[in-house]
Ligand binder design. Structure first.
Ligand code: NZQ
Ligand code: ZN
Length: 380
């Protein structure tokens, strides 16, 4: 088992009604003036906004609001909110929404102290300070509520890049599964797929971290079962709660312990797809790419996929396991090809060039350009 560091400083308040404790917790941390960051309005419909305002008011915490963060969040919005935070003299950032809102908030929290936050994404600048970040999660998918990563798109350069810093872990995240009852099933499935993809990015990296691998199998199985239940009953609390916690555990350090940092090739590919086509949801892109990635590698060396296929789908033959995986995604009405995502054949070369920012893609199963071209053709 590979040596590793595990450190996760985020405090989680999990369960129905936990927003009521938000203001108190922020007050205890000495917060006086925060920027509330939000998306396109879903938080008004699911009750999160009213509950947050009530909690802030009871704790005498002032706030200013920054709305309009879009899915696949943009750098220009980050700059806009940094300016607001500086003018307002904010001492904390409060994200109320999904991964896009949280990642924007993290970038604002760090960018508050930098000349240009994009330099941190380009790894030209190190984050040495950030405002404290609080989150109220409304869609379980990215794990951003309990990790130190932010992913932002620079629409001018068509780059969708991630950055990591220990300083942008949220100080506190509230996960109230009932807030997610308003999600259209499409978004629930996107989130489930993203969480499965986070686990799989680690899962195939090594076969010696048996404890982590067993945890990961339990997480994948639970995510699939809970998503099936939510397809017919979006208000099932047990399913919402378990899916939510699995998605958090899928990318908070637990699922990667001893697994060499994971591969992340499929994520690099998906980020290029949604950088070029911001209408593609991250989970949808992964639903197309991950099965194709498994199919591609299965042809070369099926032995890597035998355990996964047996444990998750009860199939000894990984090719059959991969088909069962695709069937499940189809059952969730997810896209299964690049064409389904609206990608045209004549865009593939541009996508290929966007992905190949170095000689290979993927940290464990390093794909060269020609191999990646074959994979994209499989996915097409
Ligand atoms: O904008 P609003 O109105 O809030 O609507 C959102 C948005 O349209 C809606 N939504 C959220 N909660 C809802 C709801 N609708 C109804 N009821 C609710 N309770 O859902 C839509 C998608 O939201 P978004 O925040 O974009 O989804 P997600 O959490 O999947 O975030 C995706 C982004 O995170 C990045 C992705 O690349 C993508 O940009 N990732 C971030 C990671 C991280 N920080 O660790 C890792 C991931 O691999 C990923 O790359
Ligand atoms: Zn992801």
């Amino acid at each position: 088992m590979e040596s590793f560091t595990f450190h996760n400083p985020t405090k989680i308040l999990f369960g129905k009604g936990q927003i009521a404790n938000l203001g108190k917790q922020m007050q205890l941390d000495g917060v006086h003036r925060c920027i509330l960051v939000a998306g396109g309005g879903s938080i008004r419909k699911n009750g999160a906004y009213d509950a947050v305002i009530d909690s802030l008011q009871k704790a005498s915490i002032q706030h200013s609001e920054a709305w309009g963060v879009v899915a696949n969040p943009r750098l220009d919005k980050v700059y806009e909110i940094i300016n607001l935070a500086r003018e307002y003299k904010a001492d904390a950032i409060l994200a109320v929404g999904g991964g896009s809102v949280i990642d924007t908030s993290k970038s604002v929290a760090a960018g508050f102290y930098l000349n240009d936050i994009w330099d941190a994404f380009l790894q030209r600048e190190k984050i040495s300070k950030a405002l404290p970040i609080y989150t109220v999660l409304t869609i379980s998918a990215t794990g951003s509520e309990m990790n130190g990563t932010a992913v932002i798109t620079n629409t001018k350069t068509k780059q969708k890049f991630g950055m990591f810093s220990e300083l942008i872990y949220p100080k506190l995240s509230i996960i109230d599964p009932t807030l997610q009852e308003t999600l259209p099933f499409r978004q629930t499935a996107n989130g489930a797929m993203d969480a499965i993809a986070h686990i799989l990015e680690f899962y195939f990296a090594d076969d010696k971290a048996l404890s982590t691998i067993a945890i990961n199998e339990a997480l994948i199985l639970t995510i699939m079962q809970m998503t099936d239940i939510l397809k017919s009953n979006p208000k099932d609390y047990v399913a919402r709660a378990n899916l939510a916690w699995c998605a958090t555990l899928a990318l908070n350090g637990i699922s990667g312990a001893g697994l060499k940092g994971g591969d992340w090739g499929c994520h690099a590919i998906e980020h290029a797809l949604s950088a070029l086509h911001p209408e593609i949801a991250h989970g949808e892109g992964l639903a197309v790419i991950f099965p194709a990635w498994i199919e591609y590698h299965c042809e070369k060396d099926p032995s890597r996929f035998v355990r996964w296929s047996k444990k998750i789908f009860g199939e000894d033959n990984p090719t059959l396991g991969m088909r069962r995986f695709r069937d499940r995604l189809q059952n969730w009405e997810m896209p299964t090809s690049l064409r389904d995502l609206g990608i045209k054949h004549d865009e593939l070369e541009e996508i290929l060039n966007m992905i190949m920012i170095s000689d290979t893609v993927g940290a464990i199963y390093k794909l060269k350009k020609e191999e990646l071209r074959s994979l994209l053709m499989l996915a097409f």
